[in-house]
Design a protein around this ligand. Sequence first.
Ligand code: AMP
Length: 323
Amino acid sequence: MAPILIGDLEDSRRLAELAAQSDVLTFDWENISASLLVPLEKLTVIRPPAAALDVSQDRLREKALFARLRIPVAAHAAVDSKDQLLRAIRKLGLPGVLKTRRSGYDGKGQFVMREARHIEEAWARLGTQGLIYEKFQNFSKEVSIVGARSVKGQTVFYPLSANTHDGGILRYSVAPFADLELERAARTYLKRLMNALAYVGVLTIEFFVVGGRLIANEMAPRVHNSGHWTIEGCVTSQFANHLRAICDLPLGSTRPLGHAAMINFLGEMPDRERLLDVEGLAFHDYGKEPRPGRKLGHCTILRSSKKDRDQALVDALKLIDRP
Ligand code: AMP
């Protein structure tokens, strides 16, 4: 068994100790400091590469990389002053979303501006940091693709997930989202990104579907919440494939075993006994302290038809929302 070291994530000496004792280092949280990981690359192998984490932590650089790889993104502009914000709004129009370039997740650090009267409030809330202004996307769906790349460059891709958010936080995902054309495009973009980053491990891209086309929103250099359904829903889960990839082992099949729905438990845990009455439901409790909006666990339902899956999703959502 690997030794366990407990320490502060910003403690570079402790991190160096960890690296020196490890054959390979990985991470499942994207807000660790990429600059602290870079020196560790001299001590051990870091997979995925620190450079992938680094670019994913800055929405502006991330979008520049997507654009360079011909992965479509929303029209956007860098904003470092109120003047630049006004100029961006004049150029791109309203509505739009003002976001912090760094440290934003689950809808945190962003402000949807629908009318000119929102500008002052958005600037007052976010104006102290480097920002990006994005044109608002009138999407019909949000989807994500999760894939893995091995040390030898083998790639595998899971079926597209369709994701429903509530206040910027993922509420539930269903998969496979069987739109073959979108899936083909998503795979092409993800593979391009993986190869450009010499990526090893699991990588995710989240997209908006606008007018039948994919617009990339962001990447996540880790196993992803929208891929949790793969634990019960695919031959090999995203977690198993991440470990295979970073350990230089062959990747496992991503074949789906049915139609899956994954529902997050947000803020409070639902009644376990009632939920377990739903046939075949898999219940995951992360054992975290409840806090409004916090992801405390999830459940997954698997059915042999899309229709049955959709009905089971409605039933389970009712039990979670009105226990
Ligand atoms: P993000 O933190 O970028 O993943 O954004 C969280 C959620 O906010 C997304 O999943 C969307 O539902 C919404 N959102 C973010 N950016 C935009 C945009 N440019 N247009 C419309 N909705 C957006």
